[in-house]
Write a protein that binds this ligand. Sequence first.
Ligand SMILES: O=c1ccn([C@@H]2O[C@H](COP(=O)(O)O)[C@@H](O)[C@H]2O)c(=O)[nH]1
Length: 234
Amino acid sequence: MTPKERIFVPIDTPDIKRAADLARMLSGEVGGVKIGKELFTAQGPDAVRNAIGGEPLFVDLKFHDIPNTVAGAIRASLHMRPFMVNVHASGGKAMMQAAAEAARESSEDLGVPRPLVLGVTVLTSMDDSDLADVGQKGPAAEQVKRLALLAQESGLDGVVCSSREIALLRKACGPDFTLVVPGIRPLWASADDQKRIMTPADAIKEGADYLVIGRPITAADDPVAAARRIVAEL
Ligand SMILES: O=c1ccn([C@@H]2O[C@H](COP(=O)(O)O)[C@@H](O)[C@H]2O)c(=O)[nH]1
């Protein structure tokens, strides 16, 4: 995989024209795009898929519900032809197993490639003290490892984690477990609301499979130039 193929850019806007413009201008500059709750809630699946065109799509809706409901949501998300989908690993083993099974069955029924199903571990906007606030046992790295091992045992393809846990998870989960890493910040970008961050080059060196890089690219005056600058740094 080339360095640029490892980058997924989140299209976090409610505006379908802006989403389509970003997807078009970044086509060929990065590996794919990610849509999340903001665009999906504003526009729905058909508009999203049309706006994104043929780009590899990470559907980051982070489902977290009872197993039957999550399985249904995964099945419905396959109509967007995603390359990756995700659920919250803290939803538990039965929920993750149901998600993996739904992706397998539904992709066969539709005759489309099965998306990678990922478990979200601990959000990159949270640190140890945020974890304590919600009653989760820290430190963050330990909780990420616990959830990643559970995700692997439940049949998921990988996890969403922060750059700080890549080395730990490579060791615990092996080389074939997909690690998708948001909270990526070049030295020239602001951290915004992200707390567990690292530069793109360092995250790749640690062993990330895919980097999710949003505002440093999408909020730049020239998103294409920002994407190229990051690729050059890799
Ligand atoms: O732990 C997580 C899980 C998902 N995200 C999502 O990634 C992008 C990051 O955007 P930036 O602008 O680069 O901060 C965003 O869509 C989040 O919903 C995450 O940041 N952390």
